[in-house]
Design a protein around this ligand. Structure first.
Ligand code: SF4
Length: 320
């Protein structure tokens, strides 16, 4: 059995055989380049299955990638995800070369707020701590007291022991966490362009079309969507839920590749897939991962003074 056919076995339920030859050459080249250059690939749960299952060394949600980035010993980290994730890896393991295969892989949440916005918020709400979602630039993290992800946001907010926090930039995540805690939350107007598009009417229609379906919603979805779902949690929590509960039919209100990646591990579960694509995540391809390793691009750099302050906010989160 060739390497290519062994790898194809992992993804045959989600990648048609006719498409595989398009990927096989890049996959073999990337595996070689990783060995030659002593590199590892960290891939977010929203990466396509040929990246997630065939070339990635470490996979997970933002929180898991941040934790694991700290312990990477290889010389090079290629971040198959979006720019803020590559910056977080660089913050946590500054000696390593961190590459992002496409500099345009951004995020509507990260783009919704600037460091200056936070300075103005601090003037308006003196003494109120700022909790910043990791989906932000290093400059924004540097102005923050502590970071959070969708997986630990409630724990982070409550860890501060204060009656009120500013939580930004995701308005819906802030509202969804506010519904679970006594802490009063001041939010910002940022939205994820993927999750904001789901509606309660989508869920009702799905339940009608697919009786018995279990609906899982990411907390970046609007609160009224989360309220109609059977469970809400980060991508890691959704993955755990499917593994633990093994619902016969499930629908993930999140980015499309998430269902494909989990479906590979749970062939017994039927995934209903009216999902939304993240155009930023989809900028990362096998071809540009290969080029990143061949040409050492694009190297992620962060101005040292900003990096120092941003690192503190991320490290405080990891300590919670
Ligand atoms: S899915 Fe939403 S939060 Fe995640 S990178 Fe895309 S735009 Fe940003």
């Amino acid at each position: 059995m060739t390497l290519s056919s062994t790898l194809y076995d992992r993804v045959r339920t989600v990648i048609p055989a006719i498409e595989w030859p398009v990927f096989a050459d890049d996959i073999e080249a990337i595996l070689d380049l990783k060995r030659q250059r002593n590199a590892v690939i960290l891939a977010h749960n929203y990466q396509t299955p040929e990246i997630f299952h065939c070339v990635a060394d470490i996979v997970g949600d933002s929180l898991a990638l941040a934790h694991k980035a700290m312990t990477v010993e290889a010389d090079i980290i290629v971040l198959a995800g979006v720019h803020f994730m590559a910056e977080t890896a660089k913050l946590l393991n500054p000696q390593k070369t961190v590459l992002i295969p496409d500099l345009r892989a951004g995020c509507s949440l990260a783009d919704s707020i600037t460091a200056e916005d936070i300075r103005l918020l601090r003037q308006r709400y003196p003494g109120v701590p700022v909790v910043t979602y990791v989906n932000t630039s290093a400059e924004v993290k540097a102005e923050s007291d502590i970071c959070c992800t969708s997986g630990n946001a409630k724990a982070v907010v409550e860890s501060l022991g204060v009656p009120q926090v500013i939580m930004l930039p995701d308005e819906y995540l802030a509202q969804n966490i506010a519904a679970q805690t006594e802490v009063q939350i001041i939010s910002w107007k940022g939205h994820c362009e993927v999750h904001e598009r789901f509606t309660p009417a989508d869920i009702r229609q799905l339940r009608e079309d697919h009786p018995g379906v279990t609906v899982l919603a990411h907390p970046e979805c609007p609160p009224e969507v989360v309220a109609e779902a059977d469970f809400s949690g980060s991508t890691a929590a959704m993955s755990d839920y499917v593994g633990r509960q093994k619902p016969p039919r499930v629908m993930l209100m999140t980015e499309c590749s998430m269902s494909d990646n989990i479906a590979v591990e749970h062939p017994e579960v039927e995934f209903i897939r009216p999902c939304n694509l993240c155009p930023h995540m989809k900028r990362i391809t096998l071809a540009n991962i290969r080029t990143a390793l061949e040409q050492n691009r694009h190297v992620v750099t962060i101005e040292p003074e900003i990096a120092g302050r941003a690192r503190l906010a991320v490290e405080r989160m990891l300590a919670v």
